[in-house]
Design a protein around this ligand. Structure first.
Ligand SMILES: *Cc1c(COP(=O)(O)O)cnc(C)c1O
Length: 427
C-alpha cells in the first residue's frame, strides 16, 4: 500500500541526506519507510499512493485549523499577488506584532523571525547580551531547535555542564549549557544557590512536547519564576509549540506565570515559516538597531507568511475555539485509555488544549527518565498498525500529538475504533 512512497524515498536518498529535510521524518525511530504526502484538507492527509489518513501530527503543530483552511489559503493568495517579499517594513508586521502583544500580555515588544530555531537562538543571545553572563540552563528532554548552545541534553545531575548531543558543536560552546531534570525543584534550588548569579537565562518548554508530552507542576513553575527573579536570570518560555496551542494565552496563561522572554513559532505562521521572540521592553531594547545585540533576517516578517499567521490567529481567537479543541482532544485521550484498558494494555495519556501525549506505561511521566521507561517497542508496533488503518501519528514515541479544529467527533470515534483493534493485536 506504500509503493509510491517507497520509490520516492529511495530516489530522495540519492539527492537529500537520508532522504529527508528534517531527521524525524525518516521514520528511523519507528522503522519502515516514511510516507510521502501529496495533499491535505481539514483533518485528512493523502499520500503518494492515494491512501487517506486522519492526521494527528498537523505539520508538528501549525495546522491547528486543519490543512488548507479556505480562509487562510485565500489570505495567502491575496497577499502573494501583491509581492512575495520586500526586505523592508510592511504594515502587516505591525498588525502581527500588536496582535501577539495583545494576546500574550508578557510581550511588550516582539520581533519576527522565520523559524522556532531562529527565535530561541536569538532569545538566548539577547539574554546573554542583556545580563553580560554566558551560562544558560536548559532541561533534559526539552528541544529548542538546533542552535549550537541548545543541542545539549543529559548532564548526569546538577552542576554537570553539558556535552554536545550533536557532532559539530564545539565542547566550549556546550560547556556553558547546564542541563537539569525537568520538574525537579530540589535540584533547581541547589543549582541556583551554587551558580544562580552566573546564569544568563533559563529556557524551558513550559509544557514539554519534544519528549512526548510532559506537564510540569504549577508549584515547580512558580519556584522557577521566583528563583530567576531573585538571581537576575532571564526566564525564557519556549512556547514555539505550546503558544496558541494549549490555549489562546499559551502555557504562561495556563500556569499564571509571566516569563521575561517568550519564543514562538509553529501556530503563529499557520503553516508558513514564521517565528517570533518577545517580552520585556527593557530587554528587547538591547536588540539592534537600538542596542548591541545583533539579530537580523532577509525574510523576517515576510508578508505572505505573516498573512497566513494573522488569519490563523484571527480564527483561533473566536470565542469557544479552545474549549472545543480541548474537548475534542480530551475525548480522544479518554477514548484511547478506555480502549487500552479493555484490551489489558498498560497505557496512559494526557492532554492540554489541542496537544496530547500517549504512553505505553501505567502512568503519565513527569520527566525524561520516566518517559524512557515507557514501552517503545510496543509504541512502534502501535504506530505501524494505526498507519495501516489510516491514522497518522507522530513517527516517534518522543513527540506530542496534535488535534485540529477540523477533527470531527466521527474522526475521533474512527481513531478510537482503529486503536481498539490495534491494542488487541499488540497485547
Ligand atoms: C519545534 C520547536 C522548536 C524549533 O522550531 P523550528 O521551527 O523547527 O526551528 C523550538 N522549540 C520548541 C519547543 C519546538 O517545539
Amino acid at each position: 500500500m506504500f509503493e509510491n512512497s517507497q520509490k520516492l524515498f529511495i530516489e530522495s536518498q540519492r539527492f537529500i541526506p537520508g532522504g529527508v529535510n528534517s531527521p524525524v521524518r525518516a521514520f528511523r525511530a519507528v522503522g519502515g519507510t516514511p510516507i510521502f504526502f501529496k495533499e491535505g484538507r481539514g483533518a485528512y492527509l493523502w499520500d503518494a499512493d492515494g491512501n487517506r489518513y486522519i492526521d494527528f501530527v498537523g505539520s508538528w503543530g501549525p495546522a491547528i485549523l486543519g490543512h488548507a483552511h479556505a480562509e487562510v489559503v485565500r489570505a495567502v493568495q491575496e497577499r502573494a499577488a501583491k509581492g512575495l517579499s520586500f526586505g523592508a517594513p510592511t504594515e502587516l508586521e505591525l498588525v502581527m506584532a500588536e496582535r501577539l502583544c495583545s494576546l500574550l500580555p508578557s510581550l511588550e515588544q516582539v520581533r519576527l523571525v522565520s523559524s522556532g530555531t531562529e527565535a530561541t537562538m536569538s532569545a538566548l543571545r539577547l539574554a546573554r547580551g542583556f545580563t553580560g553572563r554566558s551560562k544558560i540552563i536548559k532541561f533534559e528532554g526539552c528541544y529548542h531547535g538546533h542552535g549550537d548552545a541548545l543541542l545539549v541534553k543529559a548532564g548526569s545531575g546538577a552542576l554537570t555542564f553539558g556535552n554536545p548531543s550533536s557532532a559539530g558543536v564545539p565542547p566550549e560552546v556546550a560547556a556553558h549549557t547546564l542541563v537539569l531534570t525537568y520538574n525537579d525543584g530540589d535540584e533547581l534550588e541547589k543549582t541556583f544557590k551554587a551558580v544562580g548569579n552566573e546564569i544568563a537565562c533559563v529556557i524551558i518548554e513550559p509544557v514539554a512536547g519534544n519528549m512526548n508530552f510532559v506537564l510540569p507542576s504549577t508549584q515547580y513553575m512558580r519556584l522557577l519564576r521566583d528563583l530567576c527573579t531573585r538571581h537576575g536570570v532571564v526566564l525564557i518560555f519556549d512556547e514555539v509549540m505550546t503558544g496558541f496551542r494549549v490555549g489562546l494565552g499559551g502555557a504562561q496563561e495556563h500556569f499564571g506565570i509571566t516569563p521575561d522572554l517568550t519564543t514562538l513559532g509553529k501556530v503563529i505562521g499557520g503553516g508558513m515559516p514564521v517565528g517570533a521572540f518577545g517580552g520585556r521592553r527593557d530587554i528587547m531594547a538591547h536588540l539592534a538597531p537600538l542596542g548591541g545585540v545583533y539579530q537580523a533576517g532577509t525574510l523576517s516578517g515576510n508578508p505572505v507568511a505573516v498573512a497566513a499567521g494573522l488569519k490563523t490567529l484571527e480564527l483561533i481567537s473566536q470565542p469557544g475555539f479552545f474549549d472545543r479543541l480541548a474537548k475534542t482532544t480530551g475525548s480522544l485521550t479518554h477514548g484511547l485509555v478506555a480502549a487500552a484498558k479493555s484490551c489489558g494494555v498498560p497505557f496512559s495519556a494526557a492532554s492540554l488544549g489541542g496537544m496530547f501525549g500517549l504512553f505505553f506505561a501505567e502512568e503519565v511521566p513527569g520527566n525524561f527518565a520516566a518517559v524512557m521507561t515507557a514501552d517503545r517497542d510496543r509504541f512502534n508496533r502501535f504506530f505501524h498498525a494505526m498507519l495501516k488503518r489510516g491514522i497518522y501519528l507522530a513517527p516517534s514515541a518522543f513527540e506530542a500529538g496534535f488535534v485540529s479544529a477540523a477533527h470531527s467527533d466521527a474522526d475521533i470515534a474512527a481513531t478510537i475504533n482503529a486503536a481498539t483493534a490495534t491494542f488487541s493485536e499488540i497485547t
